[in-house]
Write a protein that binds this ligand. Structure first.
Ligand SMILES: Cc1ncc(COP(=O)(O)O)c(C=O)c1O
Length: 393
C-alpha cells in the first residue's frame, strides 16, 4: 500500500546528511550514496502529510500548548505498542530527544560528577556529558565470540559505585550495535543503578523498531522502583521520519525528578512547542500504525540484502541487529586503520557511512549503515563495496 521504493531526489530538501557529503567530498560526489545520519530516505506516512497540510491551511501559527488529543495519542500508542501506561502529568514535550537528555543530565548532576555511557554509542551522549561538565565512565559493551554485544555488569557495578557517579545514559534499543536489551539485562542495570543511587536516563527513541523475535521493553515498565529512578526520552521522530519537526517527549513518573527536569529546562528559557511538530506526532500515533507495519517488513528485506552481501565478503561481517534501522558492519577483517577504511569507503566504494570510530574507540574498524532507504540504494552500496574489495585483490 505504501511506497518505499522510489528514490527521492535528495536535492529537493535541505538534508543534513547529503549536504555533509557535498561539503566533505566536494562537487564530484554526485555518485556517492549517503547512508549515514539516522533519518530516512522515505517520505513519511501520507496520513501525516495530510494532517500537516490541514494544519498549514489554518494559517494561524501563534503560541500553542499541547492539546488533550496530543497526550491521548501518545498514551494510546505507548499503551498499545509498549504496554506502558503513562500519565499525562509525567510528560514534558521537548524539542528533540537530545534536548531531553541534555536537560535531564543538568537536572540530576552537578559539574564534576561522573556519568556512565556504554560505548560504542550514539556520539552526542559524549557531547551531552562533556558540555555539562561531567566525566565519562565508559562501561564498554563487549562483543562476544558469536558476534553479539553484551553488557559487562561487573564493570557497570564498579563504575556505578564511584561516589561521583550520579547518572547513566542508557540507549534502549542501542544505537549503533542494534541490541534490544532484554528484561533481564535491563533489570540488572536498574538493580545496580538503584543500589548506587544512579539515575538512569533512558533514550528510547528507537523503541518502535524491533525485528521479529525481539520485543523492546520500556525501562520503567519493569516496576515502580525502577520507574522512580529513571527518566525516559521518546519520540515518533525516528519511527516516522519526523526528526526535522523537533518534537519529542520526556516521560518522568517520579514527581521530584520531573520537577527537577522542568526546572532545569526553565533555567535555559523553558520548553516551547512547535505547531507542526505536535500535529505530525499526534497524526503519527493516531494513524501511522499500518505504514509502520509495512516499513518494518521493508526494513527486514533490506537487512536481508545486507546480510547476504556481508556473508559473501571476506573481511566484512554483519553484527546482527535486533532493533533500530541501523546496522553495524564489522570491517576489521579488511585490515585497515580508521583513516584507510574511511578513504576506502568514500573514495573507492563511493559510500558515506557514519564511521565506527565516531562512536568511541571500540567502534574503530566498524561502519554504521542506515537501512532506511530504497532497496536499490542499498544494493548500489553493496555492489560498490564488493567491487572495491575485489580491486584490493
Ligand atoms: C539514540 C538516539 N538518540 C537521539 C537521537 C536524536 O534525537 P533528536 O534529533 O530528537 O535529538 C538519535 C538520532 O539518531 C539517536 O539515534
Amino acid at each position: 500500500m505504501y511506497d518505499f521504493d522510489t528514490i527521492i531526489d535528495h536535492n529537493s530538501w535541505a538534508s543534513e546528511k547529503w549536504s555533509e557529503v557535498r561539503e566533505v567530498m566536494g562537487p564530484d560526489s554526485e555518485d556517492v550514496v549517503a547512508l549515514s545520519v539516522a533519518d530516512m530516505e522515505f517520505k513519511t506516512a501520507p496520513e501525516i502529510i495530510e494532517a500537516l497540510h490541514r494544519a498549514a491551511d489554518t494559517g494561524i501559527f501563534g503560541y500553542e500548548h499541547c492539546t488533550d488529543a496530543y497526550y491521548e495519542a501518545l498514551q494510546t500508542w505507548m499503551s498499545k505498542h509498549h504496554q506502558w501506561d503513562i500519565k499525562r502529568d509525567w510528560v514534558s514535550v521537548t524539542d528533540g530527544v537530545m534536548t531531553g537528555v541534555f536537560t535531564g543530565l543538568r537536572a540530576v548532576t552537578h559539574p564534576g560528577d561522573a556519568v556512565i555511557i556504554q560505548r560504542p554509542v550514539y556520539y552526542p551522549f559524549t557531547n551531552a556529558a562533556v558540555r555539562n561538565g561531567l566525566t565519562i565512565l565508559d562501561n564498554e559493551l563487549v562483543l562476544n565470540a558469536q558476534g553479539h554485544y553484551e553488557m559487562d555488569f561487573e564493570d557497570l557495578d564498579l563504575k556505578a559505585s564511584n561516589p561521583r557517579c550520579t547518572a547513566m545514559v542508557l540507549c534502549n534499543p542501542h544505537n549503533p550495535v542494534g541490541r534490544v536489551w532484554s528484561v533481564e539485562e535491563l533489570g540488572r542495570v536498574a538493580q545496580i543503578c538503584i543500589k548506587h543511587g544512579v539515575t538512569i536516563l533512558a533514550d528510547e527513541i528507537h523503541a518502535d523498531f524491533a525485528y521479529d523475535g525481539h520485543q523492546v521493553t520500556m525501562l520503567s515498565t519493569l516496576g515502580e522502583e525502577v520507574a522512580a529512578h529513571c527518566m525516559e526520552f521518546t519520540a515518533p521522530s525516528k519511527t516516522f521520519n519526523l526528526a526535522g519537526l523537533i518534537t519529542s517527549n520526556a516521560v518522568i513518573s517520579n514527581p521530584e525528578l520531573k520537577q527537577r527536569f522542568d526546572i532545569a529546562a526553565d533555567n535555559v528559557a523553558g520548553l516551547s512547542v512547535n505547531h507542526f511538530g505536535l500535529v505530525a506526532c499526534q497524526a503519527a500515533y493516531e494513524h501511522g500504525e499500518q505504514w509502520l507495519q509495512e516499513l518494518r517488513k521493508y526494513l527486514a528485506g533490506n537487512l536481508e540484502v545486507l546480510r547476504s552481501f556481508a556473508a559473501s565478503q571476506q573481511g566484512i561481517s554483519l553484527i546482527e541487529p535486533e532493533g533500530t534501522y541501523l546496522a553495524w558492519l564489522d570491517c576489521r577483517g579488511l585490515g585497515m586503520d580508521s583513516d584507510e577504511l574511511r578513504d576506502f569507503m568514500r573514495n573507492k566504494a563511493r559510500v558515506f557511512f557514519d564511521e565506527g570510530s565516531l562512536f568511541g574507540d571500540s567502534g574503530k574498524g566498524f561502519e554504521r549503515v542506515n537501512l532506511a532507504c530504497p532497496k536499490a540504494m542499498l544494493e548500489q552500496v553493496c555492489s560498490g563495496i564488493a567491487n572495491a574489495v575485489k580491486e584490493l585483490g
